[in-house]
Design a protein around this ligand. Sequence first.
Ligand SMILES: Nc1nc2c(c(=O)[nH]1)N[C@H]1C(S)=C(S)[C@@H](COP(=O)(O)OP(=O)(O)OC[C@H]3O[C@@H](n4cnc5c(=O)[nH]c(N)nc54)[C@H](O)[C@@H]3O)O[C@H]1N2
Ligand SMILES: Nc1nc2c(c(=O)[nH]1)N[C@H]1C(S)=C(S)[C@@H](COP(=O)(O)OP(=O)(O)OC[C@H]3O[C@@H](n4cnc5c(=O)[nH]c(N)nc54)[C@H](O)[C@@H]3O)O[C@H]1N2
Ligand code: SF4
Ligand SMILES: [Mo]
Length: 695
Amino acid sequence: MEKEICSLCFMCSARCPIKVTVEKDRVTFLEGNPHVPGMAGSLCPRGVSGIALLNDEQRVQHPMIRTGERGSGQWRKATWDEALDYITDKLKMIIDKHGAQSIAMGERVQVSTHVSQAFMQAIGSPNHFTHDACCRGSNRTATSSLLGCTVTDLSPDYANCRHIILYGHNLLEAIKVKETKNLMAAIERGTKVTYIDPRVTVTATKAHRYMMIRPGTDLALNYALIHVIIKEELYDAAYVERWVKGFSELKEFILPYTPEWAEDETGIDAGKIRDLAREISQDRPSVVFHFGHRAAHYENEIYMRRSIGILNALMGSIETPGGYLFKKGPGEVGAKPARKLIDQALPVVDQIRFDKVGTAKFPLPDARFGVAQMLPYAILNQDPYPIKALFVHRFEPLMSIPDTTETKKAFDQLELIVTSDINFSDTAWYSDVILPEPIYLERTDAVQQVNGVKPQMYLARQAVSQHCDGQEFPIVLKHLAERLEVGEYFPYKTMEDLVKWQLEGTGFTMEDFNEKGFVSYTDKAIVWDREEEIKFKTPSGRIEFVSSMLENAGFESFPAYKHMPSPPEGQFRLTVGRCALHTHVATQNNPYLNELMSENVLWINTERAAAKGIKTGDSVEVISKKGSGRIKAYVTDLIHPEAVFMLHGFGHESRMAGRSYNRGLADGLLQENVTDRVGGSPALHHSFVTLNPGN
Ligand SMILES: Nc1nc2c(c(=O)[nH]1)N[C@H]1C(S)=C(S)[C@@H](COP(=O)(O)OP(=O)(O)OC[C@H]3O[C@@H](n4cnc5c(=O)[nH]c(N)nc54)[C@H](O)[C@@H]3O)O[C@H]1N2
Ligand SMILES: Nc1nc2c(c(=O)[nH]1)N[C@H]1C(S)=C(S)[C@@H](COP(=O)(O)OP(=O)(O)OC[C@H]3O[C@@H](n4cnc5c(=O)[nH]c(N)nc54)[C@H](O)[C@@H]3O)O[C@H]1N2
Ligand code: SF4
Ligand SMILES: [Mo]
């Protein structure tokens, strides 16, 4: 008998709503959830490859405990009790000797993050951190300083937008199915798209206007756009008057940043910058300067993302149809969100964090996420104190934190590394204990709260029985908490119990999700009156061009622009990104996706390549201050001469992942671990490389 289950994809963290067709405990089809507008029939290639993952025998099958040297690949199979006892004994020893703060846990933010945070707090450690700094940390800090909310609290209103500007936000390859489709539909309806990137991406090819910008100079472009908009009085004066704090300070600051000045810095013609400012202003307020997704590029990242927010404010486009809309929570309709384990009265932990977020070193990044890339420094320098144990869940620090060699050196100082993964990631390969998690098709997850103009909740549900001997991470943590005598904070035995506990008080039950996979708090779109009731959560209740958050922490609201250096003679700036066929570092070993793309290549500008005698397909050595490796060249006119580009996610070292082992080159091996000190993100495009052609 065939059955259909509405659930959520987890081939990446966009978590698109899906429908799973199951026959005799086998998944026979995956597709977009037809009950969700825009999702019917739609999945991206990674979403489709969920079945290949489910049946992949190279997945982690059972708990494993290391027997040889770290990274030697020598393991023994363990039962769950054995593995959990082993971890508990080690943890107890480490806590006795170094204190609970010496335990850290890193994970990709996901629906059960609150369970992990509660676990860390219950055992007395402040050191839970997520991948977020490495993704949009600086973006988050930028929007907090300007709007009092984080970038994840806003969504573009594609349906009504007239012009959208994307800064290296490659939505047609770096996919979230619904947003990608919304952009495509908007283009078909006539919404103009301006795309800015040193590289011609697929999104660039669909845009109405493409600007090949010199890498790292978007802030200069934005300063010039702001200059023109203010000088020619193209902004929404009523909106600015009502909602903006610090306009006159901006007006004075921006005077020297003319389009001619920006032309020298960005390589974009001054006339074209003026044209863009004038054209987009004609379409305001229904325009979007997109904040982008990954904001881990350059050291000035927070100011670049603030400049995007400033442009939106000048256009009057925040909380405006066709602009950015605030995502509303259930509180807007007097309802309650799903409970979280951290809502309980947990023990107070008042030690400083390993990454020093919340101290003078990092006053602004969000302590709920931390600054992941500080981990290697904290371990190696034992600053602020020794870190001795690391839990890793659904996260790959060896590949996702720049400078892999340094991170590995830090890992060598740890007495315990425990990884919960579905694959043999490089970090799993370097761990002491590997704990398999059932994949999304084999498990039920905690509740997914989805805020928006119509707030909703979604549920990801088990569709088939487990193909491996796995345990969901919230269940693992419950068992460990019991062994460490803090079990009382984890009031569930199964994932279903946890979901039921979360739903108490919301007015919804698990059965309510059966039909469509989600529940809605309201049918009516909630949009605030842009003249009177926009709820900016800044101290002034307005958009803070002059930011109290920045200035109280000793940072400037409008720092003078610092020239972005070109690479030294003969060198290139290393830039990185995604493609439609893979998720970060997670899918390269997927049988189906690996067949479609098994390695990455290095984009090099045609003239620069010719000068070095490099041709497409040649193997070139890429050398940075931090490491080197070989990769095939892809010679093209479609990239700025200062940059080379490679896909992130290849060059795996784990031999258990047989298809992806040693295929392509890892960007993290080459990148320096340098941080935007104000916003919190690593500057992943900071590093220069030289190329050594020939074998
Ligand atoms: N060098 C470099 N670093 C980067 C980036 C870059 O471009 N270059 N990009 C940054 C960005 S934008 C991001 S978002 C982060 C992403 O960083 P990560 O979150 O570390 O990367 P992912 O590839 O999404 O997944 C990490 C691990 O989760 C595992 N996993 C997948 N599904 C499950 C599951 O259901 N359960 C469990 N337990 N594990 C699972 C995967 O097998 C993989 O090993 O990396 C950041 N870091
Ligand atoms: N298929 C797929 N989709 C994904 C993901 C995935 O792994 N695979 N991951 C998801 C996640 S977590 C994220 S963060 C997003 C990332 O989504 P995006 O941020 O849209 O994508 P990236 O590929 O990281 O973008 C990097 C782009 O920035 C360009 N770039 C480099 N330097 C500059 C510069 O100085 N200025 C400008 N304007 N552009 C520059 C690069 O050429 C590249 O095209 O994608 C999400 N969607
Ligand atoms: S974007 Fe693709 S991989 Fe990510 S959740 Fe959606 S369908 Fe799955
Ligand atoms: Mo990301």
